[in-house]
Design a protein around this ligand. Structure first.
Ligand SMILES: NC(=O)c1ccc[n+]([C@@H]2O[C@H](COP(=O)([O-])OP(=O)(O)OC[C@H]3O[C@@H](n4cnc5c(N)ncnc54)[C@H](OP(=O)(O)O)[C@@H]3O)[C@@H](O)[C@H]2O)c1
Length: 287
């Protein structure tokens, strides 16, 4: 039986991976978070992989506080780059890695969906640390797949969907940025795609290493996203006002445009990706 280690298993994506365990009884899962397996401890990773004979690692662990990262630079790099290097060096030749990265590796000045081959130019500490995490993984572990995703939300943890549902109930009006364009990603869909990739490898003995892009299908702004969140959760008493990025200054710079081109992941693994509104409906029912 193939064995799958999930790191960062208490986060949004990690919890969505846990939901899938019972649907994949052909695998044995080892969910861990920082308390069980701190990725900053290289020896601990090495021991865990060897003792449990791990075949795949799905790395859901990360430092994800984008604005706080501008102040906590060392901690952000420690988790998003150095811990990934630890992981890569500890597992190389022993297990295959599926690692998750971000649309923030791009500068957001593009006008067409970003392809995996487009040049990166991260604008924030978080984005830079994640890009360097990609680089150390590719350099140190040949059998690794990196999935860049965007605007991740889930019924687990804190995220934009939950915040807008709460504010929608509490406030008579709300200002939301309308000039940043991207695509939301339901973490449950991403978790399923990750399992599809692992099943693909076990059935076809093919693990095409490299970078892939994954979000839901479609395009929207944070403003459009908010309107849909309110509509689908029956919130009618809050007026949502579109504003510009300049009117909502944040510590970390966000990409203005970060739509990802998903052609490569769809074609390589024969994946079907749901539209963002359909997935949002499913998540809101769970919340
Ligand atoms: N959230 C988004 O909008 C978004 C967008 C694009 C890409 N991504 C990427 O998608 C992936 C999953 O994101 P997510 O939203 O599910 O993240 P998340 O909810 O913040 O979960 C990350 C988990 O990793 C744990 N962790 C932190 N440091 C660790 C360490 N040294 N060892 C082991 N575990 C550690 C965290 O624990 P603590 O909570 O105790 O720190 C947390 O449980 C990440 O790679 C992220 O960069 C996220």
């Amino acid at each position: 039986m193939k064995k799958i280690l999930i790191t960062g298993a208490n986060g949004q994506l990690g919890n969505e991976m846990r939901v899938l365990f019972e649907s994949y009884s052909q695998f044995e899962f080892f969910p861990t978070d920082i308390a069980e397996l701190d990725l900053c401890n290289k020896q601990a990773i090495d021991d865990f992989i060897t003792e449990n004979k791990i075949d795949y690692i799905v790395n859901c662990a990360a430092y994800t506080a984008v604005d706080k990262a501008e102040d906590e630079i060392d901690l952000c790099y420690k988790i998003n780059r150095d811990a990934v290097e630890n992981l890569a060096q500890a597992v190389s030749g022993k297990a295959k890695v599926i690692h998750v990265s971000t649309d923030y590796v791009f500068n957001g000045q593009g006008e067409n969906p970003y392809k995996e081959t487009d040049s990166t130019d991260p604008q924030s500490v978080y984005g830079k640390s994640k890009r360097e995490g990609e680089e150390v993984l590719l350099k140190n572990c040949k059998e690794s797949i990196i999935i860049r995703t965007a605007w991740l939300y889930s019924s687990f943890g804190n995220n934009f969907v939950k915040t807008m549902m709460r504010l929608g109930k509490e406030c008579a009006s709300l200002n939301v940025v309308a000039d940043q364009t991207g695509t939301p990603t339901y973490a449950a869909d991403l978790a399923k795609a990750i399992m599809d990739i692992i099943v693909f490898d076990t059935e076809k003995q093919s693990f095409p290493a490299g970078i892939y892009h994954y979000s839901n299908e479609g395009i929207c702004s944070w403003y459009d996203f908010t309107l849909k969140i309110h509509e689908l959760s029956g919130i009618t008493t809050c007026k949502v006002n579109p504003i510009t990025t300049d009117q909502y200054p944040t510590k970390a710079k966000r990409p203005m445009y970060s739509v990802l081109d998903k052609t490569k992941i769809k074609e390589t693994f024969d994946l079907e990706i749901p539209e963002w509104v359909e997935s949002l409906k499913k998540c809101i029912v769970k919340i």
